[in-house]
Design a binder for this molecule. Structure first.
Ligand SMILES: *[C@@H]1O[C@H](CO)[C@@H](O)[C@H](O)[C@H]1NC(C)=O
Ligand SMILES: *[C@@H]1O[C@H](CO)[C@@H](O)[C@H](O)[C@H]1NC(C)=O
Ligand SMILES: *[C@@H]1O[C@H](CO)[C@@H](O)[C@H](O)[C@H]1NC(C)=O
Ligand SMILES: *[C@@H]1O[C@H](CO)[C@@H](O)[C@H](O)[C@H]1NC(C)=O
Ligand SMILES: *[C@@H]1O[C@H](CO)[C@@H](O)[C@H](O)[C@H]1NC(C)=O
Ligand SMILES: *[C@@H]1O[C@H](CO)[C@@H](O)[C@H](O)[C@H]1NC(C)=O
Ligand SMILES: *[C@@H]1O[C@H](CO)[C@@H](O)[C@H](O)[C@H]1NC(C)=O
Length: 427
């Protein structure tokens, strides 16, 4: 009504002063724009008064077929790491099962209000920033899903602030019990289907069989264990274990050689070549004993014809083909050294560690697949509209004692600090 009457008046004015039809068109366009603009700001007022129920009104203005995902960032460096995925293209390029999703870090694209997003993803790394709790959304729509994205080991990175409880609706992590399960590596069968990680994987039953004929893999190798350090600050667990293992290996004239971080240097053609040519085994230490945490570290062995000696907190039978690795924690150092010596001196035994290649490939998982899964969840009407929340998120993420790991950072609240000091208060 408003638009029609104003435009009519305006049109009459134009006819009187004999302007052309083209100018009329321009005037009309201007008035439509003006009217639309007015509607937007009125809706802004509406939102303020009805914070939690406004979505259905506002959504009319966007592309109804798209699900909008906001990756919450607190600085431009984080935003840059998402730039490669910005928009809808990545979903199409990666052949996701559902492609009607749109990723952005721009909080303002939906009527300048982030309550209009279907999902907001919070990368765990932001929770270690100073004052992050003042940089989180200050309002949310009931229908929105807040998604915790965490790919760092929870034992090393517990989240302490109680405000994080009852904040997230979905989780997206390397832990099996996440809404979006996102492993670092995948084992596929020869037709390309993913068989692991899986809580109940059944491996082919002849993976332990050794055959005397096949000795190809061992030809150039002369040394026992390599370990390439990417991260120089290793934790106490492994630094206590290393001297023990070295001592045990010495009984068999075997060594554990560390590369990087001031230790040995890899050969000029790289660490991969060094491992491949010289070493029977590779120490695949995860840097953490967190459950379900198996990273691409094991690939340094699998990709280079070495057998991983895995050190981590996962149930590896759910992750890696049987008899393709040795689990450090199953043995004493002395027994482990004896076992390695036995395998090195018996090529048939050593070669059996590679039987998995007959049935499987082991690859790095595509990081974007989690976004595909998120898009699928957003399209799942039932899951999307069903209420869900992580009431005790902190102990879901890290179920050790938070008190042992959480200093009341920057707190000026006396009862919080005494609570922390007081053993009997669960922080
Ligand atoms: C975010 O989107 C708005 C439009 O809603 C645009 O004006 C602004 O430039 C964008 N910001 C960035 C950093 O791209
Ligand atoms: C999460 O943050 C880390 C550290 O800033 C970054 O390396 C990673 O790419 C981010 N991932 C996603 C999916 O945002
Ligand atoms: C121990 O191994 C080295 C090569 O790694 C070899 O040169 C040396 O002869 C071996 N010593 C014994 C006692 O076997
Ligand atoms: C490794 O390389 C660095 C720099 O090229 C050199 O300073 C160091 O002495 C080397 N270490 C060994 C053990 O060769
Ligand atoms: C998400 O969690 C919040 C906090 O518990 C809750 O208020 C909201 O209703 C939840 N939304 C959905 C869609 O599950
Ligand atoms: C201090 O923390 C306690 C919980 O430990 C809380 O109950 C109390 O309200 C807080 N006081 C202030 C002033 O924030
Ligand atoms: C520790 O906490 C318990 C339970 O809240 C309380 O009874 C006790 O007095 C506290 N002790 C100290 C030293 O604050």
């Amino acid at each position: 009504m408003y638009l029609v009457s104003r435009t009519e008046t305006f049109a009459k004015l134009f006819f009187i002063v004999s302007f052309t039809g083209l100018f009329m068109y321009v005037a009309l366009a201007f008035y439509s724009f003006h009217t639309a603009y007015t509607t937007v700001s009125e809706m802004g007022k509406y939102q303020e008064n009805n914070k939690m129920q406004n979505y259905d009104v506002v959504v009319e203005r966007f592309d109804k077929d798209l699900k909008y995902i906001l990756v919450w960032t607190t600085n431009s460096v984080q935003a840059e790491s998402i730039l490669q995925y910005e928009g809808q293209e990545a979903f199409i390029e990666r052949d996701c099962p559902e492609i009607n999703c749109y990723i952005t870090t721009n909080k303002t694209i939906l009527n300048d209000d982030y309550v209009n997003f279907d999902a907001i993803v919070f990368n765990m790394s932001i929770f270690w920033e100073r004052g992050v709790y003042t940089k989180l959304p200050d309002r949310r729509a009931k229908r929105q899903k807040y998604v915790f994205y965490g790919m760092q080991p929870s034992d090393n990175y517990p989240i302490c602030n109680r405000r994080i409880d009852n904040f997230f609706n979905w989780t997206w992590t390397y832990k099996f019990y996440s809404d979006i399960y996102s492993p670092f590596i995948e084992v596929k069968n020869l037709v390309g289907n993913v068989v692991a990680p899986n809580r109940n994987v059944i491996w082919k039953n002849d993976l332990r069989t050794s055959t005397k004929s096949d000795v190809a893999a061992v030809i150039t190798k002369t040394k026992a264990i390599a370990w390439v350090l990417d991260n120089c600050g290793q934790n106490a667990y492994i630094m206590f274990a290393v001297p023990k293992l070295r001592k045990a290996l010495k009984q068999f004239n075997l060594t554990l050689d560390m590369y990087g971080c001031g230790n040995l240097n890899c050969s000029e053609d790289g660490c991969s070549k060094t491992i491949q040519k010289e070493y029977y085994f590779y120490l695949a230490y995860e840097g953490s004993m967190t459950e379900d945490y198996v990273t691409a570290e094991v690939l340094k062995a699998y990709y280079n014809e070495a057998v991983p000696i895995v050190v981590g907190g996962a149930d590896y039978s759910r992750f890696l083909p049987e008899n393709s690795y040795i689990n450090y924690q199953f043995y004493t150092e002395d027994k482990l050294a004896a076992y390695l010596h036995y395998a090195i001196t018996n090529p048939a035994v050593y070669n059996a560690f590679f039987n998995w290649k007959k049935y499987y490939t082991i690859v790095k998982a595509d990081e974007f697949k989690g976004y595909c899964d998120l898009c699928k969840l957003l399209n799942d009407k039932k899951k999307f509209t069903t209420f869900s929340t992580y009431e005790n998120f902190r102990s879901w993420w890290y179920y050790g004692s938070l008190k042992d790991k959480c200093l009341p950072r920057g707190s000026t609240n006396v009862s919080e600090i005494t609570g922390y000091m007081n053993e009997s208060v669960r922080f």
